[in-house]
Design a binder for this molecule. Structure first.
Ligand SMILES: [Zn+2]
Length: 161
């Protein structure tokens, strides 16, 4: 494959991967969630997609890999047998990988905020600072916050570590 052909193919592959939504958050692309790390096209046309899991043990990982494999294989003239989807161990996924588009959709559609380090979490509805609700604070990756201004209940996604 020529250099230009592989650059064009890489763009088409990226678009195909971007069309795959996170199963937990329909409408949010896995690319906006920061799962796509690499697209490698070998000299003989073998394609390897490197993905980063958001949280280890996420039951949706196999489903996501299957959907990415199908989407990439559907890019014209690609042989499904030469497309491989790999989950990478490094770099670690952090909430910093979520795009602005991803954050906006999370806030609007799911009342889901993203927490960077120990910064306060702004309410997706009104922008005021929220407080963590210790009663319902759920998993290691998710917490429930309450907004004192508009009484909104907000799910907060944070980095796993
Ligand atoms: Zn609010």
């Amino acid at each position: 494959m020529s250099r230009i052909a592989s650059a064009v193919t890489a763009i088409r592959i990226r678009d195909a991967v971007a069309a795959v939504d996170d199963p937990e958050y329909p409408g949010i692309s896995i690319v906006d969630l920061g799962l796509l790390e690499s697209i490698d096209i070998g000299p003989d046309g073998d394609i390897t997609i490197g993905l980063i899991p958001t949280f280890s043990g996420c039951p949706a990982l196999a489903m996501i890999a299957d959907e990415v494999h199908a989407a990439v294989s559907a890019v014209n003239e690609l042989d499904a047998n030469r497309v491989e989807v790999r989950w990478l161990n490094t770099p670690a996924w952090t909430v910093d990988r979520i795009s602005k588009t991803g954050r906006d959709t999370m806030a609007q559609e799911f009342t889901l905020a993203v927490r960077n380090k120990l910064e306060p979490v702004a309410c997706p509805r009104c922008g005021d600072e929220t407080t963590e609700d210790s009663l319902f604070g759920s998993s290691r990756c998710r917490a429930i916050h309450l907004c004192p201004s508009c009484a909104e209940v907000i799910e907060v996604m944070r980095s796993g570590a």
